[in-house]
Design a protein around this ligand. Structure first.
Ligand SMILES: [Zn+2]
Length: 440
C-alpha cells in the first residue's frame, strides 16, 4: 500500500501560535511585552495534560495574545504614523510564518487552516475605513473576550486603543484584506521554498465568530451584503477556499437560525462553507440549542461539520442530521482531544460510544487538532497522528474489531485522506463554476 501522509483537517491559525512565537514576532518589529505580562501568559499556559473546562480552554487560546501583540505594535509606533501599518504587517507576517513552520514540521499531507480576522484588532472587512464603517471594530474591541484575569498591560492597551478608534486616526490600522494578503503571501513563500512532494495541500478557511457580537453575517444586517460580496470575490480569486462559522454555540443569541440568510446566499452564489456545530456538552440547555441548530442544519448544505459531537446522540434531530450528512456526503471533522478537553464529551465511556457510532456511520470522516497550542501538549508529537492512534485504541477497547491499533489507524488515515480529496475536489469544481458564471 502506498504511504499516505496524515492530514489535519481543522487547525485554527490563531490557536496554533505559541506564546513564544508571539514574543519572537514582536521582537522582529522591535517591540516587546513587559516581563510581568510575559510571565502571566506563561503561567496561563502551563502545558500539562490535565482535564480542562471550556473556560480554561478559552483563556489559553493564543488569539488573545496575538491580538495584544498587535495592539502593542500600534502603540509602539504611535508617534510614527507612517510606520504603523508596515510594522503591524511585519508582525503578522512573522506570526503566520511561524504557524506554517510548525505545521510543516509535522510532515502533513494536507492542512485546513482556519483564521478569523474577527479575532484580531483588524477591521473585519475589506478595508476602506470610513468613520461610519468603523463601528464593527469598535464593537469588537469593546466586547473583547471578557475572560480574565487581565494583566495591567492588557487593560492599558485596550483602553488606549479604544480611545484611538473613537477618535479620528483609523486609516493606519490593518484591515481584513491586509490579513488575507499576509496569509496568502506566506503560503506562497512556503510553496516556493519547499520541494513539491513535501508540501501539504493547504485549504484556507475564513472563519466568522458568531459570539463576537458582530453583525457582519446576521440575518437582516446592514453589513451582510458587503460581507457576501467580499467573501465571494475572495473565493473567486483564490484568496480563500472556504467560509466557516465558529464560536460559542451555547448562547441562544448565536443560534444557527440567526445566520441562515448568509448561508443560503453562499449556496446560491456557489461559495463553499463549513459549520462548527453540535459541539456542546450534553446538558439540558445544550441539548435544546443543539436540537434547534440541527433543525436549521437540515436545510443547509455545508461541505463539513466541525466537531459535531452531538450528532451521535440518540435523538430524532441527531438522527435526521446524520441522514442528511449521509445523503449529501457532508464530511464530519472529528477533533477528539479538543472535544475531551473542553468537556464536550465528559466521560471516557461516552467517547468510546461516540467512536463506535462514528465508525458505523456512512459519513465521510476526517480528523483535526483544532487549536494546536491548547491540545498539542496532550497529543504530543504529530498531533493529528496521535488523534488517530487514540481513536483506534478506543475503538478496539469497545470491541469494534481485533485489528492491531496501527492497522486500524492506517485505515483511518486512508479514510481521512479520501474525505479530504472529496472536499478539495468540491472546492475546485465550485470555483470553476463561479468563474464561468462571471464570464456570462
Ligand atoms: Zn474549531
Amino acid at each position: 500500500m502506498e504511504f499516505i501522509r496524515p492530514g489535519d483537517m481543522h487547525s485554527h491559525l490563531e490557536g496554533s501560535v505559541w506564546p513564544e512565537d508571539v514574543y519572537a514576532a514582536l521582537k522582529d518589529v522591535g517591540v516587546s511585552f513587559q516581563e510581568k505580562t510575559k510571565s502571566f501568559i506563561d503561567q496561563t499556559y502551563e502545558r500539562d495534560a490535565s482535564k480542562s473546562t471550556l473556560l480554561v480552554f478559552i483563556s489559553k487560546l493564543s488569539t488573545r495574545w496575538i491580538r495584544l501583540g498587535l495592539l502593542s505594535v500600534y502603540k509602539a509606533y504611535e508617534t510614527q504614523p507612517n510606520l504603523i501599518k508596515e510594522k503591524a504587517k511585519e508582525y503578522l507576517h512573522s506570526i503566520v510564518r511561524r504557524m506554517i513552520y510548525r505545521a510543516n514540521n509535522q510532515g502533513l499531507g494536507y492542512f485546513n487552516m482556519l483564521y478569523s480576522p474577527m479575532n484580531m484588532a483588524v477591521d473585519p472587512r475589506r478595508g476602506d475605513l470610513s468613520k461610519e464603517k468603523f463601528s464593527v471594530l469598535r464593537k469588537q474591541i469593546s466586547g473583547r473576550d471578557g475572560q480574565n484575569p487581565m494583566p495591567e498591560e492588557e487593560k492599558e492597551l485596550y483602553t488606549w486603543f479604544e480611545s484611538k478608534i473613537h477618535g479620528d486616526q483609523f486609516g493606519e490600522y490593518l484591515t481584513v484584506q491586509d490579513y488575507l494578503d499576509i496569509v496568502n503571501d506566506e503560503i506562497k513563500k512556503w510553496h516556493n521554498t519547499q520541494p513539491r512532494e513535501k508540501m501539504p495541500v493547504v485549504i484556507q478557511t475564513l472563519s466568522f465568530r458568531r459570539d463576537s457580537d458582530l453583525t457582519l453575517i446576521k440575518n437582516g444586517s446592514a453589513e451582510l451584503a458587503e460581507t457576501l460580496d467580499f467573501v465571494t470575490e475572495a473565493f473567486k480569486s483564490g484568496q480563500i477556499d472556504c467560509i466557516d462559522i465558529c464560536g460559542n454555540e451555547a448562547d441562544e443569541r448565536f443560534e444557527l437560525r440567526s445566520y441562515t440568510q448568509f448561508f443560503y446566499e453562499l449556496e446560491s452564489c456557489g461559495v463553499p462553507y463549513t459549520l462548527h456545530l453540535g459541539e456542546l456538552p450534553d446538558t439540558i440547555d445544550g441539548m435544546k440549542i443543539v436540537q434547534e441548530n440541527f433543525r436549521v442544519f437540515f436545510d443547509l448544505h455545508p461541505l463539513a461539520i466541525a466537531h459535531g459531537v452531538r450528532l451521535t446522540d440518540d435523538t430524532p434531530w441527531a438522527k435526521l442530521a446524520r441522514l442528511h450528512m449521509e445523503k449529501e456526503q457532508i464530511a464530519w471533522i472529528i477533533c477528539l482531544t479538543s472535544n475531551e478537553s473542553t468537556g464536550t464529551v465528559s466521560v471516557i465511556h461516552n467517547i468510546a460510544v461516540f467512536m463506535k457510532q462514528a465508525l458505523h456511520m456512512k459519513i465521510p470522516k476526517c480528523f483535526g487538532v483544532d487549536d494546536a497550542v491548547v491540545f498539542a501538549p496532550v497529543s504530543g508529537g504529530v498531533p493529528v497522528m496521535n488523534e488517530m492512534t487514540w481513536f483506534a485504541q478506543q475503538l478496539i477497547d469497545v470491541g469494534v474489531n481485533a485489528h492491531a491499533v496501527e492497522l486500524l489507524r492506517d485505515q483511518l488515515v486512508a479514510q481521512s485522506h479520501q474525505t479530504f480529496q472529496g472536499f478539495y475536489e468540491k472546492i475546485r469544481i465550485m470555483r470553476e463554476v463561479i468563474k464561468k458564471k462571471e464570464v456570462k
